[in-house]
Design a protein. Structure first.
Lengths: 156, 386, 599
C-alpha cells in the first residue's frame, strides 16, 4: 500500500517539474524534503518516471551531500566543520548535541527523529559556530543556546 | 610610507530604483552596454576575475538564438558569505544585473543557481522575481528568471560544474575549450556571473564607467564586498575599495595579534605577517572572492592547513587524477610528517606534487589546492613539521 | 595550391603540421608520429579528459592541457616531452599507482595492463607517495558468473561507465559519490549479478587494468581434462577462430581454425567439436519456427502469435530484453543458443552414440563472450538432466591455456574437428558476425519455401552485412512451393542490430510502430560476436572489420554453405531428433525467459 502512495508523490513531482533529465535534481530535492532521504524504491521509481537508468539516478544523488541515500531522521542536524566554526568552539557544541541526543556523529536516534551530521562551510562564518537543522540555519551557537534549540525540537 | 585609510563604500547595498536602470538599458544598443562595462574594467567578483564586459561581448557575438544568463549564487568558498547578504538585502538589484546582461548578450532566459544551504532565501527571492518579471514586461524585455537549487556540493560553484548540475547530472567540470560563452548551459552560449558582479553592473549603468574607475587601482578597479571572519573583533560584511595592502586591512580588522590572513578561502593564499605590507588585495596581488580570514598567534597553521586539505579531499568531484588522489596525498602527507612517520624533507615532495596539481588538474579546484598548501607550507614550515 | 580555410597550422615539438579544424592535439601529434600516452581515452568512446596522463605543454599557457580533449588552434606550439610535462606525467602515474592495489604477480591482467605499461615506460621507480589502498574500504565483487569487479584496482578512468552508457546503452555502471569516496558503482552498490548488467563484457574489453576481468575457470578445465574418469568435450564458437590468433602473436583478421583444433587436441580434450554445427541446428529450428509463426499469423490469422520474431542466440541480448522490454519476451525465438543446444546434445545424443555415461561427460565451450558464462548457469539450462554446459572459457582464457601447456601455436599443423558434431556449413560460421544469423536463416528458409537458392551471388546476402548500427533489408519471395503459397510475393522484411544501444533503438522503433518487420537479429556486442566481451584486447573498429572479413572468407572456403545441407545435421534429425520443432527438439533445444527488474 505504501509503495503506491510513494509512486503518487513521484508522479506528482514529475508532473510539476517535467520528465527530462534536468527535472531530476528538483524531483530528488523535493523527495528529500518529504522523506528526508532517498530509498532504493524511490530511485527506481524516479528512474522509471524519467526513463533513465536507476544507476544514473543513484550516481547523481550520491554526488550531492544533501541528497542522502542512507536512512535519516526527521530532523537532520548539519553542523559546520570548516575552519571558522572550528576556531570558534564547534567541538563543544557538537559534544553537547551528542550528549543530549545520545548519538554520535553520523548516527540517527532510535526513534528516527534526529540525525547528526557534519557539513562544510554554510556561509555564517562571522556568526560561528553555525549549524543547519533541515533548511533552517542556527548561528552564534553556544552550549546553552544549542540546548535550548534542541529542547524546542524535542517537544515537536 | 604613506598612510592610506581603508575606504568604506556603500554602492552594493545602496537602494536603487531599478526602473531607472531598466529604462537606461532598454534605450541602449546591446553592444554599447558591453562597451560601458568593458570601459569600467569591471572584473568578476567571484574570485576568477575575468573582465565582465569581455565575457558579455563574447556571448553577444555568438550566432545561436538561444542564450542564457546564469547568476552563480553557489557561494561555497569557506569564509565567503557576502552573496547571502546581497541576495537577502537587495535581490532586486541582482535581478536587474541579470537583465542588463540579458540585454547585452541577447538572452531570453536566466537561472539563479542558489546553494542548498541558502534555501531559506527562496520565498523572498521568488517574490523579488515575480516583481522583476512585472518590471521586465513593462519595459518589453523578453527575459524570464528561475531559481535552481544546489544540494551540498562546493564544486558546483565552478561554472561548468554548475551547468552540469542544472542539467540534472553530477556536478563534474567539463573540458575547456569550449568556454561557457560559446558552449555553456545546455551547450548554448552562456554568460555566467557572480552575484556581486551583477550588482556592480547595475551601479555602472547608474553612475557610469568613469565613476566606477575612480575607485581602486589600475588593475583592480572599483570596490568589493569582503566577508571578514576569524580572529577579529569586527567579523562581518564590508564593502571596501580594492587595492589596499593586507597590512592596512589588518590594521582595521585585526585583533592586534594577527599572524596570518587567508585571502580567498581554502582556494586562496595565506599571507604571513612578514608579507602584510607588500601584498595587495586585488588582481595584481592576491585576488579574492571576498573571503578574508584572520588568524592570531594562538592558531596552529597545521590545523588550518589540515582543515583546508580535508575540505578539498571531500569536495573534489573526483574526476581527474591530480585532484582526486593529490588532495588525499597532501592530506595524508602532512599528517605523516606531523606524526613523524615521514621525514620533513617529504614536505618538499608534497610541494612538488602541489605544483603538478596546479599544472595538470582539469578545473580550478584542483588547480587552487596548491595555493593554500604552498603558501602555508612556505611560510609556516615549522608549524607543519613540529 | 589554394589554402583550405578550415586547416589549422601548429607545431608539435618544433615540427609543423596542418590539420583540419577540430582535430585534437593528440591526433595532430599522431600525424607527426609522436605518440602521447593516454589512459582514459579509447577509440570507441567519446573524450573524457580526466586521467590527465596525456597532458602536454602549450607555450604561453599557464597550465598544461589534456591532449585528448583540447582542439588545435592556429599557431599553437606544443611540447609533448618537456621537463614540465615529464614531471607532471610521472606524478600522475605515481598518483594512480598509489590508489591501485598492485598485486601484479597474482593479477589476471599481469602483462596486459595499461597502468603497468605506463609505469614501465616512465620508470616510476621507488614509490615516494603514500600508499592509499590500505586505508580504503574496497569491494571485490565475484558474485557474477561472468564478470569480476575489483574496486581496489580501479583507476577511475570511467571507460567502463562510458562503454556501458554510450556503446551499450545499458547504464548498469555509474560514477558514485565524490572526492576521496568517488568510485565506479552499480545501482545502490549491488553486485553486478543483481542489476541490469547484461554480462556483455564490453566493459571488460575496455578496462585498462585488472579492475574488470572475466571470471576465469582455467583450473576447473585442467582438472577435468586431467581426470581419467572424465570425458571432456569442447565446442568452439565461430568468432573464436578469427580472434584467437591476436592473443598468440598474429595480426587481426587471421583465420586459425586448423591450428586451434590442433591445439585443443594437444591440450587433452577428448573430443574437439564445433559450435558452428549447432549453429546450423539453430537455423533448422529457428527457421522452421519463423515459418510456423508466419503461417499462423498470415494464414490462420492467429493473433496470439507474435511478430516480429527476434533471434535468441545472444545471451547479452536476452538479459537485456528481460530487463528492459519484458513485454516483448514472447517475440523472442524459443530456440536456445548454439552453445546451449550443443550442451544439451553432448550429454544425450553424443553420449549415446559414443556409449558414454553422461555423468562423466564434461562439456566445455570456448566463446568470444562473457555472457555465455551466465547463460550456462541459468537454471533452465539442464535439459539433459545435468548442467548442459559445465564450463565456459573466453578466447583469452583459451590462449592462456595454450601457453600454459607449452604448445607452440604458430608451428602447429592444421587439424580437423572430430565427428559427430564437428561439421559445419558457412551459414554456421557467419553467426560470428553481425547479420550472420539473419543471412544463415534466409539461406535455409528461402530454399525451404521456394526450393531454390536465395537470389544473391554466391549466396552472399550483402544487404544484411556491414557495421551500421541498425540495418533494414528485405527479400522478395517468389516461386513458392505449394504448401508455402501464402508467402508468394511477400516481402520478407528483416532488421539487424548490433550493440545494445542499437538494440534499444530498434526495439523502440518496433514499439512505436516505426519499424515494421518480420524477423530481427540482435547481437549484444558491437560487430556481433567477433567483438564480444571475451575476445582479445584491444578492440576497435578496424580490428572488428578485419575479423568480419575473415569470417566471410571462412564461409566462402567451406564445402557446405547452407545449414540444411550439413550431413551431420541430417544424421542428427534422422537418428535422434525426428524433425524440427518435434517433441525431442522441444525438450532439449528450446527454452523460456524470465522477466527481470528495471534496475
Amino acid at each position: 500500500m505504501e509503495t503506491i502512495i510513494e509512486n503518487e508523490l513521484i508522479r506528482e513531482l514529475a508532473n510539476k517539474y517535467g520528465r527530462t533529465r534536468e527535472s531530476l535534481l528538483p524531483i530528488l530535492q523535493d523527495l528529500v524534503v518529504h522523506n528526508r532521504y532517498l530509498t532504493k524504491q524511490d530511485m527506481v521509481d524516479v528512474a522509471r518516471e524519467l526513463d533513465i537508468s536507476a544507476a544514473d539516478v543513484f550516481g547523481t544523488a550520491t554526488f550531492y551531500s544533501f541528497l542522502d541515500t542512507q536512512e535519516r531522521g526527521k530532523y537532520i542536524i548539519r553542523i559546520c566543520k570548516t575552519i571558522s566554526c572550528a576556531m570558534k568552539g564547534k567541538n563543544d557544541v557538537l559534544s553537547t548535541i551528542e550528549e543530549i541526543l545520545k548519538i554520535k556523529l553520523g548516527e540517527t536516534t532510535p526513534d528516527r527523529k534526529f540525525s547528526l551530521l557534519e557539513t562544510n562551510c554554510i556561509g555564517w562564518c562571522h556568526k560561528a559556530p553555525a549549524m543547519l537543522i533541515n533548511d533552517t540555519p542556527y548561528t552564534e551557537l553556544t552550549q546553552e543556546k544549542v540546548t535550548e534549540i534542541l529542547r524546542e525540537y524535542l517537544k515537536k | 610610507m604613506k598612510q592610506q585609510y581603508i575606504k568604506r563604500v556603500e554602492l552594493i547595498f545602496e537602494k536603487v530604483d531599478c526602473r531607472e536602470i531598466m529604462g537606461t538599458i532598454m534605450g541602449m544598443d546591446p553592444d554599447a552596454i558591453c562597451q560601458e562595462v568593458l570601459d569600467s574594467d569591471l572584473k568578476g567578483r567571484g574570485g576568477a576575475g575575468f573582465p565582465t564586459g569581455m565575457k558579455w561581448r563574447f556571448a553577444a557575438q555568438e550566432k545561436d538564438p538561444v542564450k542564457y544568463i546564469v547568476c552563480n549564487a553557489d557561494e561555497g568558498e569557506p569564509g565567503t558569505f557576502k552573496d547571502r547578504q546581497i541576495l537577502d538585502e537587495v535581490p532586486g538589484k541582482v535581478l536587474c544585473g541579470m537583465a542588463i546582461a540579458a540585454r547585452a548578450v541577447g538572452a531570453k532566459n536566466g537561472y539563479i543557481y542558489l546553494r542548498g544551504e541558502y534555501k531559506f532565501l527562496i520565498p523572498e527571492l521568488e517574490s523579488a522575481i515575480d516583481e522583476f518579471h512585472r518590471l521586465a514586461d513593462e519595459f518589453n524585455l523578453d527575459f524570464r528568471v528561475q531559481i535552481r537549487l544546489g544540494s551540498g556540493a562546493y564544486i558546483c560553484g565552478e561554472e561548468s560544474a554548475l551547468f552540469e548540475s542544472i542539467e540534472g547530472k553530477r556536478g563534474e567540470p567539463r573540458n575547456k575549450p569550449p568556454y561557457p560563452t560559446s558552449s555553456g548551459l545546455f551547450n548554448k552560449p552562456t554568460a555566467i556571473n557572480d552575484v556581486e558582479t551583477l550588482v556592480h553592473a547595475v551601479m555602472i549603468m547608474k553612475y557610469g564607467a568613469e565613476r566606477f574607475k575612480e575607485l581602486g587601482t589600475k588593475d583592480s578597479r572599483g570596490s568589493k564586498v569582503f566577508s571578514v571572519s576569524g580572529d577579529t573583533p569586527k567579523a562581518g560584511i564590508y564593502e571596501l575599495e580594492l587595492g589596499m595592502s593586507v597590512h592596512e586591512f589588518v590594521e582595521e580588522f585585526g585583533d592586534g595579534d594577527t599572524k596570518a590572513v587567508q585571502v580567498g578561502g581554502a582556494a586562496g593564499f595565506c599571507v604571513p605577517r612578514k608579507k602584510f605590507e607588500e601584498t595587495i588585495i586585488g588582481f595584481e596581488g592576491v585576488p579574492t572572492g571576498g573571503s578574508m580570514k584572520l588568524f592570531n598567534s594562538t592558531r596552529s597553521m597545521y590545523n588550518v592547513l589540515h582543515k583546508y586539505l580535508d575540505f578539498f579531499a571531500e569536495e573534489s568531484c573526483g574526476q581527474c587524477t591530480p585532484c582526486r588522489v593529490g588532495c588525499q596525498q597532501l592530506l595524508k602527507g602532512v599528517e605523516a610528517v606531523k606524526r613523524g612517520d615521514k621525514n620533513f624533507r617529504y614536505l618538499d615532495e608534497l610541494v612538488k606534487l602541489a605544483r603538478t596539481m596546479k599544472m595538470a588538474s582539469k578545473c580550478g579546484l584542483g588547480q587552487s589546492v596548491g595555493n593554500a598548501f604552498g603558501s602555508i607550507v612556505e611560510n609556516f614550515r615549522e608549524e607543519i613539521i613540529y | 595550391m589554394k589554402e583550405n580555410n578550415n586547416m589549422i597550422s601548429l607545431s608539435v615539438n618544433g615540427l609543423l603540421v596542418k590539420v583540419p579544424e577540430g582535430t585534437t592535439i593528440l591526433e595532430a601529434a599522431k600525424q607527426l608520429n609522436f605518440r602521447i600516452p593516454t589512459l582514459c581515452n579509447h577509440d570507441d568512446l567519446c573524450v573524457a579528459g580526466n586521467c590527465r596522463v596525456c597532458v602536454v605543454e602549450q607555450l604561453g599557457g599557464k597550465s598544461l592541457v589534456a591532449a585528448c580533449a583540447t582542439p588545435v588552434s592556429e599557431g599553437m606550439q606544443i611540447l609533448t616531452n618537456s621537463l614540465k610535462v615529464r614531471a607532471a606525467r610521472k606524478h600522475v602515474i605515481e598518483l594512480l599507482l598509489s590508489e591501485h592495489r598492485a598485486d601484479c604477480t597474482k593479477c589476471y591482467k599481469n602483462g596486459k595492463c595499461e597502468l603497468q605499461d605506463l609505469a614501465n615506460e616512465f620508470c616510476v621507480g621507488d614509490h615516494i607517495l603514500l600508499d592509499l589502498v590500505e586505508q580504503r574500504e574496497y569491494t571485490i565483487d565475484m558474485f557474477s558468473p561472468s564478470i569480476q569487479k575489483d574496486d581496489s584496482k580501479c583507476i577511475r578512468c570511467q571507460r567502463c561507465v562510458r562503454t556501458c552508457e554510450q556503446l551499450q546503452g545499458v547504464n548498469a555502471l555509474t560514477v558514485a559519490y565524490k572526492g576521496n569516496k568517488q568510485k565506479i558503482s552499480t545501482f545502490e552498490e549491488l553486485s553486478m549479478a543483481e542489476v541490469i548488467c547484461t554480462n556483455c563484457g564490453q566493459c571488460v574489453n575496455r578496462c585498462p587494468t585488472g579492475a574488470l576481468v572475466e571470471r576465469h575457470y582455467l583450473d576447473e578445465v585442467w582438472d577435468a581434462i586431467l581426470d581419467p574418469e572424465k570425458h571432456v568435450v569442447v565446442q568452439t564458437a565461430p568468432a573464436v577462430r578469427v580472434g584467437l590468433g591476436e592473443e598468440l602473436g598474429l595480426d587481426s583478421g587471421n583465420r586459425v581454425t586448423g591450428k586451434m583444433v590442433a591445439a585443443l587436441k594437444r591440450l587433452g580434450f577428448d573430443s574437439v567439436l564445433d559450435t558452428d554445427f549447432t549453429a546450423d541446428l539453430t537455423i533448422m529450428e529457428e527457421g522452421t519456427e519463423l515459418l510456423t509463426r508466419l503461417k499462423k499469423a498470415l494464414v490462420e490469422k492467429d493473433t496470439s502469435v507474435r511478430l516480429p520474431m527476434t533471434t535468441s542466440c545472444s545471451p547479452g541480448w536476452i538479459k537485456f530484453i528481460e530487463h528492459t522490454f519484458p513485454e516483448y519476451l514472447n517475440n523472442v525465438s524459443t530456440c536456445k543458443s548454439p552453445q546451449q543446444m550443443f550442451g544439451a546434445l553432448a550429454k544425450t545424443y553424443y553420449a549415446q552414440v559414443r556409449n558414454l555415461d553422461p555423468k562423466n561427460v564434461v562439456s566445455v565451450s570456448i566463446m568470444p563472450c562473457t555472457a555465455k558464462k551466465y547463460e550456462a548457469n541459468r537454471p533452465e539450462m539442464r535439459s539433459s538432466g545435468y548442467k548442459d554446459v559445465d564450463i565456459v572459457l573466453t578466447t583469452r582464457e583459451l590462449a592462456r591455456m595454450i601457453k600454459q601447456a607449452g604448445v607452440d601455436f604458430n608451428k602447429l599443423k592444421e587439424d580437423h574437428y572430430d565427428s559427430i558434431m564437428g561439421i559445419s556449413s558457412g551459414a554456421g560460421v557467419i553467426f560470428g558476425a553481425t547479420g550472420g544469423v539473419m543471412e544463415a536463416a534466409l539461406r535455409t528458409a528461402y530454399e525451404i519455401v521456394t526450393g531454390k537458392e536465395v537470389p544473391f551471388q554466391d549466396l552472399n546476402i550483402m544487404p544484411v552485412r556491414g557495421m551500421e548500427g541498425v540495418r533494414l533489408a528485405s527479400v522478395r519471395i517468389e516461386g513458392c512451393k505449394e504448401e508455402w503459397s501464402f508467402l508468394e510475393g511477400v516481402e520478407l522484411k528483416c532488421a539487424v542490430a548490433h550493440g545494445l544501444v542499437n538494440a534499444r533503438k530498434l526495439m523502440n522503433g518496433v514499439k512505436s510502430g516505426e519499424i515494421d518487420v518480420h524477423f530481427i537479429e540482435i547481437m549484444a556486442c558491437p560487430g556481433g560476436c567477433l567483438g564480444g566481451g571475451g575476445q582479445p584486447i584491444p578492440t576497435n573498429d578496424e580490428i572488428r572489420r578485419r575479423r568480419a572479413e575473415a569470417i566471410y572468407e571462412e564461409d566462402m572456403s567451406l564445402e557446405y554453405r547452407k545449414s540444411h545441407e550439413n550431413p551431420e545435421i541430417i544424421t542428427l534429425y534422422r537418428d535422434f531428433l525426428g524433425e524440427p520443432l518435434g517433441h525431442r527438439s522441444h525438450e532439449l533445444l528450446h527454452t523460456h525467459y524470465t522477466e527481470r527488474e528495471r534496475y
